[in-house]
Ligand binder design. Structure first.
Ligand code: M6R
Length: 628
């Protein structure tokens, strides 16, 4: 995963790189480091752990050069340590790398046999060794990169510098993202535009196999064969987002509380309030790039979207983690409303299972970051087979957003906490709108039924607001909950994906054993786990499956489990069966998955917090998973 930054220009490279790394820390926080020119050589400073440790180490350091690179690491090869931190420097060449070199063992062995001495356990260091050998022969960094590239297998984005060319950076990629920023007399390279936008809005998104050569304030992009490419210089529309904690103890808590607004922002561009109807806005199937969507004519945009939907006879949804669970909700909604069959898959499975792809299926990929490697690979697979891809992303102009045929945006605002919260609920609401839109085009929904769905969605933000009040309950209950053996989250129908999501939140934040189960599956095995030390979280709002869910709760209760149940209003039956009963507000059935998500997020947040864990940056994880 990792975040990389490169800078050449008149500002203090240390300041630009540190600020850039700060905005990229979501990509990994196992270690960080910089290499900046000073008196003709790269001075390297590295620190294990979060960026703050590097900042402390750098506080008294001065550099007289104009060129530098920096890195924040999510460890793949080699444990998190200063020794394994980037940059890796060999013979005057310094590199930062994001990704995995798959043939590293073989290359490393060969280099060692030739006398190379490795100081780290990483796969990345060998790139510095290979380049340092090559610059001796070629006398030029770009030529050296072009000679080394054919030797590397795997996914990588790399920025390399060489002290003999003190105004030059060479960057190359195959997989993880890289963006070149073009300023006035200054140049930037970074994993994400966030690190560049404070300085310039002019960027070039590198494609796979591109090599970017920056020399002073000039640049060119060449292919692996050295031939020049002229990719477009994109002018970004960007205003810095509010990413402060706003008085909350953690970003995650702030993001949980932002959900009523995030859900409203996700659906409002697509809902016509006067007629209470749905019409998707700025989807761009006509070929507009994400940064051009605002210039679309709404009439022709909707007409092309209608055409795409009318030709679709199957929908596939592909995503990872929490986005995958939002996709599961999408399956329930699209099948129920539009009566179009939906297949759903985890991206890492989908890409290798030889899926049957044809031009009549629409693939929806979901990704908050828009950079998840497996989801991006799935998208490319579908497009290469001639299929259409509609992406649902939060980060605009991310790789997935840029490479999709159609685009929908979560509009959740920056999500900083590694555990996804508001992107999940925003996606569920947005995919509900999408399901209605497909249903309309397919003639599967009446005008009255459409209104009912729209009214339910419009009511969601205020119900989400109401359940935020459970904060107090979980803040108190966490003290007891943190010492139980484990958690089983259960639900039926559309509550089942929420059970999975609730369990994932607890696992990733509290590092406790938690499982999500379809309630009807309990007696096929997991019931054996239940004893008085096990907590059962039962999702049982009043809907057509309520009675069956309660029967499953009876079975679990009879085995001695401690029960927290979530139901509708003042429900005596659930209260009697539960150790704690949480009364959800009376609301349209179809939005209960949205509403019940918030208490589960609060549960995970408070248990993790009372265990003293770093809620925003849980161990071993990164916000953006750019390696497979
Ligand atoms: O950026 P994406 O939505 O593609 O990310 C997918 C998953 O990596 C992500 O949802 C992950 O599971 C979160 N840590 C869950 O909280």
């Amino acid at each position: 995963m990792c975040g990389i930054v490169g800078y050449y220009g008149p500002r203090e490279p240390k300041e630009v790189i540190l600020k850039g790394l700060k905005s990229l820390e979501y990509r990994g926080y196992d270690s960080a480091g910089v290499a900046i020119l000073d008196h003709g050589h790269f001075k390297r400073v590295r620190a294990e752990g979060k960026l703050g440790n590097l900042e402390n180490k750098l506080s008294g350091e001065k550099f007289d050069g104009r060129l530098g690179i920096g890195h924040t690491r999510w460890a793949t090869h080699g444990r998190p340590s200063e020794r394994n931190a980037h940059p890796h420097c060999v013979g005057g060449v310094s590199i930062v790398h994001n990704g995995i070199i798959e043939n590293y063992a073989e290359l490393r062995e060969r280099l060692i046999a030739q006398g190379a001495i490795f100081e780290s356990e990483t796969d990345s260091e060998l790139i510095a060794h290979l380049l340092s050998e090559e610059v001796k022969v070629q006398g030029d960094l770009l030529k050296s990169v072009l000679s080394v590239l054919p030797k590397l297998q795997g996914a990588y984005s790399v920025v390399a510098v060489w002290e003999n060319q003190a105004d030059t950076m060479v960057a190359f990629k195959n997989g993880p993202p890289l963006v070149l920023g073009v300023g006035k007399d200054e140049m930037f390279m970074a994993s994400d535009i966030q690190a560049i936008m404070p300085y310039t809005k002019k960027v070039v998104f590198l494609e796979d196999n591109d090599v970017a050569w920056i020399c002073g304030s000039e640049f060119k992009i060449v292919g692996r064969d050295g031939s020049e490419r002229n990719p477009p210089l994109t002018e970004m529309e960007w205003s810095p987002e509010q990413v402060q904690k706003g008085g909350y103890q953690h970003y995650m808590l702030k993001e949980i509380f932002e959900q009523p607004r995030a859900v409203a922002a996700a659906i409002s561009p697509h809902i016509q309030l006067d007629s209470q109807t749905v019409r998707l806005h700025q989807v761009g199937f006509s070929g507009a790039a994400p940064h051009e969507l605002t210039r679309l004519n709404p009439e022709s945009d909707w007409a092309t979207t209608e055409k795409v939907f009318s030709e679709v006879d199957k929908v596939m949804i592909v995503a990872c983690g929490t986005s995958y669970y939002a996709g599961m909700i999408g399956k329930y909604l699209i099948e129920r409303l539009a009566r179009v069959p939906v297949e759903i898959d985890i991206a890492s499975e989908f890409r290798y299972r030889h899926p049957i792809l044809d031009s009549k299926s629409l693939t929806i990929v979901i990704s908050q970051s828009g950079e998840t490697a497996d989801t991006l690979a799935a998208l490319r697979l579908v497009r290469a087979a001639g299929g259409k891809v509609l992406s649902i992303c939060n980060v605009r102009n991310s790789s997935i957003d840029r490479e999709s045929d159609g685009h929908l945006y979560m509009n959740a605002g920056a999500e900083i906490g590694v555990a996804s919260t508001k992107a999940f609920t925003a996606t569920m609401a947005l995919i509900h709108v999408l399901a209605v839109a497909i249903a309309k085009v397919k003639g599967a929904i009446s005008k009255d039924a459409e209104k009912i769905e729209v009214q339910a969605l419009l009511a969601a933000p205020s119900h989400l607001d109401t359940v935020l009040a459970f904060e107090k309950f979980f803040a108190q209950a966490a003290e007891i909950l943190k010492s139980v053996k484990g958690f089983l989250y259960m639900g039926r129908g559309a509550h089942y994906p929420i059970a999975l999501e609730g369990a994932l939140k607890l696992k990733e934040l509290a590092y406790m054993h938690a499982e999500g189960y379809a309630a009807g599956e309990m007696k096929h095995g997991p019931l054996a786990l239940i004893d008085e030390k096990m907590v059962i979280v039962m999702l049982a709002p009043s809907d057509e499956l309520y009675d069956k869910t309660v029967s499953n709760l009876e079975e679990a209760k009879a085995r001695g489990g401690k029960v927290i149940s979530l139901g509708t209003g003042d429900n005596k039956r659930l209260k009697d069966l539960s150790d704690h009963y949480l009364a959800l507000p009376e609301a349209p059935q179809v939005i209960y998955p949205l509403i019940e998500t918030i208490p589960l997020q609060l549960l995970a947040y408070h248990v993790a917090n009372s265990l003293g864990h770093d809620v925003d940056q849980p161990r071993n994880l990164a916000k953006s998973v750019t390696v497979e």
